[in-house]
Design a binder for this molecule. Structure first.
Ligand SMILES: NC(=O)c1ccc[n+]([C@@H]2O[C@H](COP(=O)([O-])OP(=O)(O)OC[C@H]3O[C@@H](n4cnc5c(N)ncnc54)[C@H](OP(=O)(O)O)[C@@H]3O)[C@@H](O)[C@H]2O)c1
Length: 270
């Protein structure tokens, strides 16, 4: 008979933590799940009442602890978390900016995975990149992949020095797309479209283009070229967007600023 899957303690069940727990409850293998959360949502309270999870159990070291609190909350919760960890615990963190060494030091375990999901993960459509200390066992890497799978695709392990760039690209990236939809609508409005229509057109265009990219599997550059006839309307717009100081330059500067901010936040967490 296969060994029972190890028990998990999830610390912090906000948007991301709840999405993870939902995936574990609905997926296989069936795991024993405990959730530590001072203000559980109705969904989490209902799971506890139905006996699907244990809410706020007495501290004792678990096989796996998943940290899904805000990075700013980490220092104050690490005392609580320490009650659920020990040298044998695999600690998986999705906290932005908190480094592996900082987690290892506060939680008394060297078995640490640091992951960066993104917000579409809350509906299982995200991408998560993770990093691990050199020499972490292959089984632990596999466990991390399985634990993070409810949020969507999982990539890794990557070198921890890349996590600031990952955060700046895929972690913060959904906001860049939301801004695109927002500013496209504003631009349509200034060309005379009624506001509500402009918003619907912008939203559906971003949604539809993303769905087409997903369905076709073609790379974005090929898709862009396919809709750009020489001398046409799209070309006229792209001449502005791709000009010096245009979108490529702006995005490079934006991603660089986000990565620099991530490095700074990591230092502050020391
Ligand atoms: N959302 C994203 O797109 C995204 C992307 C990448 C990374 N992340 C990372 O994922 C983590 C979680 O993000 P989120 O959006 O899920 O945040 P969230 O919704 O604020 O969830 C954090 C949860 O932890 C709870 N909490 C606070 N103190 C606690 C304690 N002492 N013990 C146990 N739980 C406690 C919070 O409760 P209260 O609300 O009552 O304080 C909240 O329910 C963050 O570290 C964030 O950096 C998120």
């Amino acid at each position: 008979m296969a060994a029972a899957p190890p028990s998990i303690v999830l610390i912090g069940a906000g948007r991301m933590g709840a999405a993870l727990a939902r995936g574990w409850l609905n997926g296989k293998p069936k795991r024993k799940i405990a959730i530590v959360e001072p203000r559980p949502s109705d969904e989490i309270s209902a799971w506890a009442e139905a006996g699907k999870i244990v809410l706020n159990p007495k501290p004792s070291p678990a096989a796996i602890v998943v940290l899904a609190v805000k990075p700013q909350q980490f220092a104050s919760i690490s005392e609580t978390a320490l009650g659920y960890t020990g040298p044998k615990t695999l600690a998986v963190s999705i906290m932005a900016g908190v480094r592996i060494a900082q987690i290892a030091r506060r939680l008394d375990t060297q078995r640490v995975i640091r992951a960066m999901p993104n917000t579409p993960g809350s509906i299982g459509q995200g991408i998560t990149v993770f990093s691990a200390p050199a020499g972490l066992a292959a089984d632990d890497l596999e466990s991390a992949r399985a634990l993070l799978a409810p949020l969507g695709d999982v990539e890794g392990p990557v070198d921890e020095t890349l996590m600031s760039a990952v955060t700046a690209l895929s972690g913060s990236g959904p906001a860049y797309l939301f801004l695109l939809a927002e500013t496209m609508a504003e631009a349509g409005e200034s060309e005379g479209l009624p506001r509500a229509l402009a918003q619907r057109l912008a939203r559906r265009t971003v949604e539809g283009a993303a769905a087409l990219m997903a369905a076709s599997g073609d790379d974005p550059e090929a898709l862009r070229r396919a809709v750009t006839s020489p001398g046409g309307t799209t070309q006229a717009a792209l001449d502005i967007l791709m000009d010096t100081g245009g979108m490529p330059r702006l995005l490079r500067d934006a991603v660089r600023a986000a990565a620099a901010r991530d490095r700074q936040l990591s230092k502050e967490a020391d």
